[in-house]
Design a protein around this ligand. Sequence first.
Ligand code: ADP
Ligand code: MG
Length: 245
Amino acid sequence: MIKVESATRRYGQLTAVDRVSFEVNKNEIVGFVGPNGAGKSTMLKMLSTFIHPTEGRVLIDDLDAVEHPLAVRRRIGYLAGDTPLYQEMRVEKFLRFIARARGLEGEALEDGLATAIDLCGLAPVLKQRVKECSTGFRQRIGLATALVHDPPILLLDEPTHGFDPMQVIAFRDTLRSLRDDRAILFSTHIIGDVEALSDRVLIIHHGRLLGDGRVEDLAREAGIPGADLEEVFAHLVRTTAPAHV
Ligand code: ADP
Ligand code: MG
């Protein structure tokens, strides 16, 4: 469902994403992990059609994101790290506004809203203004905007950012409940998120993909069987030549 073929993105002299290739299939939750500045957001922005690759291709359901941006956007739910929310609007009204902007109406709109509100646990804040909601709720509002059109592919950029521990647990349950028939790619620099949720991890560092697989398999391949994700990550960073700029 998600296919990236040697995608590169440069900003002037800087190569933010460097010849990265991977796939994410239906019924998979894949964690995209790497430190700040590794290139995670840049990759997710390319998949969501907001920026174009400098070289290579990104495909959603075999559709090139550059050539078919509208068809791609219909198939994806994208939670950006910095989704703008209309602060003065009440939550329910805001979600309704987003659903209409996505082209939903009638029953599809009501169903989409009800499902997104339920999945994101937004019932308690529907009548509040967005600006009155806590960071955790605002993040959930952002997630609801990504879900309202029931997309088969979810691209979530640091979805647990700003959550307290209870919200993290609730969110992980939500994501697991969304896995069926969907492909989910989420970025994080929190190793616990990845260990709790992912079927597979993509490890990115300085724009380069250093590992793609289950943590156990990556550990075995690295010659450190039984190692956890943190140790695998440190090993891969140490043993990979520095990226050329
Ligand atoms: P991550 O999400 O993993 O923290 P990003 O994809 O945001 O990483 O950034 C990767 C690199 O690209 C960083 O060095 C960042 O400073 C740079 N970068 C990101 N966006 C831009 C931009 N619009 N212009 C210039 N450099 C950028
Ligand atoms: Mg980022």
